[in-house]
Design a protein around this ligand. Structure first.
Ligand code: ZN
Length: 88
């Protein structure tokens, strides 16, 4: 499942406007802001998940991805900057 996160028309971040109960098909409408982590693209979400699953070890992530520590550290810093901006 790939959740669309930006407007195809103007590139602004999308909000959630409708949710459906998979059991009884009840539909709920509103204008809800996505949680910060869901505003990341799929690759960035995978990065956060893999950071968590490697117990927060950038060294371990670099090893598993076959990248150098500084490369992985830069990816981390870029993502920290992006999330900091999304939170503001
Ligand atoms: Zn229901």
């Amino acid at each position: 499942m790939k959740l669309p996160i930006v407007c195809p028309s103007c590139d602004h971040t999308l909000n959630v406007s409708q949710m459906t109960c998979s059991n009884c098909k009840t539909e709920v409408n509103g204008d809800y802001e996505l949680p910060v982590l869901l505003k990341l693209n799929r690759e960035e979400q995978d990065f956060v998940l893999s950071f968590f699953l490697s117990s927060g070890s950038i060294k371990e992530m670099a090893k598993q991805a076959g990248l150098s520590y500084p490369t992985m550290r830069n990816k981390m810093d870029d993502l920290i900057n992006k999330i900091t901006q999304l939170k503001n």
